[in-house]
Design a protein around this ligand. Structure first.
Ligand code: NAD
Ligand code: DAU
Length: 340
């Protein structure tokens, strides 16, 4: 039996990855380490908790002694580091936390891997480390050789962790890989992010706050396709290598919001243009040629299907997100959106 340790498994992508691994690898135990910040949710993991191959530890990745004790006990064969502060807007408000978790927390995980016999380490990174691309140059895409050029405290912290991962590979021979994915969407995404926020607000007939003119472009990938790509990198990826993950699905924010209105039968008059995000990246677009050529990965979910499934998931799982938007999230929303 293989043992894989997943950090941040109570969050959006981490939880989808936990389920993906339990379903697709019957010979694998999944150990989840998550300190349950506002973004971590045990109800997301309820089904996994019933599986004898799944173990959960409420544990902060910045706590070296706690992490080492889990490694001693569980003896993982591989580690996938999803744990992070992940929201750009929050990083503009509180950058220090992002450095602590995303950089120093990642370092603790790498040190633990080295100290326990050079355990295979995968760092889940983001296309945001490359900065942004102009709106009027559709020919330009991010490749793995695009220089790091982060714009926000969030992306700078992720870029720092990437640099540290590569330094650990070169200096200590850490058996590491990195993947840099574009924007994910799908079940269990916290409703502070564009797609679930717009779904939740539209269902409540509340204003849909579009930053600036809504012309910024993101490259959307269904979360399960991301999970599958990480699994492939873990199994077949070359140590010391970076893999971009994306499905050539660029869309303007305003078009996504209009699509959600149409799917929910809500009027576009709910759309409200609000003050832009500081330092707002214009466009992201991933070139996934390497992961396709070397590992045979291709996205399987077309955006039209993925967004339909996602909207349906939020309709079918109201208690999951209604509990979130009625709690501490209200203070956050007030802080972020009241005077915008
Ligand atoms: P998320 O915010 O939904 O979940 C993050 C999880 O990490 C939460 O469960 C939280 O409790 C946990 N966590 C935070 N700090 C921790 C700490 N100090 N110790 C232990 N656990 C901690 O994030 P997400 O959207 O699922 O993103 C997961 C990873 O994927 C992140 O590293 C992010 O940078 C990366 N990523 C996200 C996207 C996207 O579109 N969401 C795209 C590319 C890459
Ligand atoms: O590209 C990958 C990144 O995608 C990940 O690394 C991040 O963890 C993830 O949060 C996401 O970052 P973005 O900033 O692109 O996602 P967000 O959902 O916050 O915003 C998407 C776009 O929508 C962005 O251009 C800002 C805009 N937006 C967002 C919100 C929350 C709005 O117009 N209104 C909003 O209320």
């Amino acid at each position: 039996m293989n043992t894989i340790l997943v950090t941040g498994g109570a969050g959006f992508i981490g939880a989808n990855f936990v389920y993906y691994m339990l379903e697709n690898h019957p010979d694998t135990r999944v150990i989840c380490v998550d300190c349950l910040t506002y973004a971590g949710n045990m109800s997301t993991l309820a089904k996994a908790m019933a599986d004898p191959r799944f173990t959960f530890y409420k544990q902060d990745i910045r706590d070296r002694a706690g992490i080492n004790a889990i490694f001693d006990r569980e003896k993982p064969d591989a580690v996938v580091n999803f744990a992070a502060e992940s929201h750009v807007d929050r990083s503009i408000e509180e950058p220090e936390l992002f450095v602590q978790t995303n950089v120093l927390g990642a370092q603790v995980m790498m040190d633990a891997c080295l100290a326990h016999g050079n355990i295979r380490f995968h760092q889940v990174s983001t296309d945001e480390v490359y900065g942004d691309l102009p709106l009027d140059r559709p020919d330009l895409l991010f490749t793995e050789d695009t220089p790091l050029h982060a714009s926000s405290p969030y992306s700078a912290s992720k870029a720092s962790a990437d640099l540290l991962t590569m330094a650990y590979y070169r200096t200590y021979g850490l058996a590491a890989t990195i993947s840099r994915c574009s924007n994910n969407y799908g079940p269990y995404q916290f409703p502070e992010k564009l797609i679930p926020l717009m779904i939740a607000n539209a269902l409540a007939d509340k204003p849909l706050p579009v930053y600036g003119q809504g012309l910024n472009v993101r490259d959307w990938l269904y979360v399960e396709d991301h999970c599958k790509a990480i699994d492939l990198v873990l199994q077949k990826g070359q140590i010391g290598r970076v893999y971009n993950i994306g499905g050539h699905n660029e869309m303007r924010n305003i078009d996504i919001v209009k699509l959600i209105c149409a799917q929910l039968g809500k009027p576009e008059s709910l759309i409200t243009y609000v003050t832009d995000r500081k330092g707002h990246d214009l466009r992201y677009a991933i070139d996934p040629a390497r992961i396709h050529a070397e590992l045979g990965w291709l996205p399987e979910t077309a955006f039209a299907d993925g967004i339909r499934k996602t909207v349906q998931w939020y309709l079918d799982n109201r208690p999951w997100w209604e509990q979130i938007v009625s709690g501490e999230y209200r203070n956050y929303y007030e802080r972020m959106y009241a005077n915008r």
